[in-house]
Ligand binder design. Structure first.
Ligand code: C2E
Ligand code: MG
Ligand code: MG
Ligand code: MG
Length: 288
């Protein structure tokens, strides 16, 4: 019978479920100790101006230096951090660490910091940001917080108010992974973002997909008309870079230009030219 079959299936999958649950618990236990044990680090990925090739900003990306697992990317632990509330501890650490680390780097680049829905809803976020800005003497307009559509989806009004208060501090707000949500355009009516980050899925096949070209070109014109800047994510080929510039995109980020790097690799040095170029002959040619 169907019922018996269901039971059999359940029995069949139980060990796998069990394993996943145990794995999750291990990550959670380890993650709880990651901040006190100093296992978290920030990596920084340069973003370039598509007209000049100069580095305009860095996006701060979290990495977990796990003693057994090696360097773990946020995709493997952010969801657990979010569900367990550990994101608060981790998120605070990210803001303090990033602003303190970059405060010694030369240049007036922007720094982009990602915020999760729980962080945005936290009543102490704005005070923490204000304190970190003060402690490190960083001009607030150099800081750009990146949020995804999930932030505005979760708790519309409360999140919207938090973003307005961050904006009042002088920081910028970018809409990350644009185009991947359910009603991307409606979020643009809801909040005056400074920047749209065009998700890498629209960039992936842009060289031979005329529909993707049309989407990106429309988004850049829309952004322009609304006084917003655009950054394209996930650029891996020179052809994408050239096309994005032609389509009116302002800035670009991706492995072609530079992988995310630990702070020590970004500074010291003439980071405006050497770091990214070192990682890409293609980019070097682009800048000539
Ligand atoms: P995101 O904010 O959209 O960041 C861009 C992601 O794309 C990064 O993944 C980056 O390493 C990756 N990437 C950059 N260039 C390329 C490329 O050319 N090709 C491909 N395939 N990928 C590229 P990462 O570092 O694994 O981060 C994943 C996501 O985790 C981020 O997506 C962001 O939403 C979140 N995240 C990262 N760091 C933090 C953090 O400190 N706090 C919070 N709340 N979220 C974070
Ligand atoms: Mg981001
Ligand atoms: Mg993104
Ligand atoms: Mg993305």
């Amino acid at each position: 019978s169907a019922k018996a079959k269901g039971r059999d299936n359940l029995a069949l999958f139980e060990p796998a479920l069990d394993k996943a649950a145990r794995e999750r618990r291990t990550i959670e236990t380890d993650l709880r100790e990651a901040v006190p044990r100093g296992q978290l680090r920030m990596h920084y990925q340069p973003v370039i101006d598509l007209d000049t090739g100069a580095t305009t900003s860095y996006e701060a990306l979290l990495r977990w230096y796990h003693p057994q697992r090696g360097i773990v990317a946020p995709g493997e632990f952010l969801k657990i951090a979010e569900e367990t509330g550990l994101i608060m501890l981790i998120g605070d650490w990210v803001i303090r660490q990033t602003l303190s680390e970059i405060s010694t780097w030369p240049g007036d680049f922007r720094i982009a910091i990602n915020l999760s829905p729980t962080q945005v809803l936290s009543p102490h976020l704005v005070a923490l940001v204000a304190q970190a800005i003060d402690a490190n003497g960083i001009a607030p307009e150099r800081i750009e917080f990146e949020i995804t559509e999930h932030v505005l989806m979760a708790e519309g009004d409360a999140s919207y108010n938090a973003l307005l208060r961050l904006r009042e501090l002088g920081t910028k707000i970018a809409l990350d992974d644009f185009g991947t949500g359910y009603s991307s355009l409606s979020y643009l009516r809801r909040f005056p973002f400074d920047r749209i980050k065009i998700d890498r899925h629209f960039v992936e096949r842009i060289e031979d997909n005329t529909h993707d070209q049309a989407i990106v070109s429309s988004v850049t014109r829309l952004a322009d008309a609304m006084g917003m800047q655009t950054t394209a994510e996930g650029i891996e080929r020179r052809g994408q870079l050239d096309l994005l510039r032609k389509l009116g995109c302002n800035e670009a980020q991706g492995f072609l230009i530079c992988h995310p790097l630990p702070g020590e690799a970004v500074y010291p040095g003439d980071h405006n030219d050497s770091v990214a170029a070192e990682h890409s002959d293609d980019l070097l040619a682009y800048r000539k």
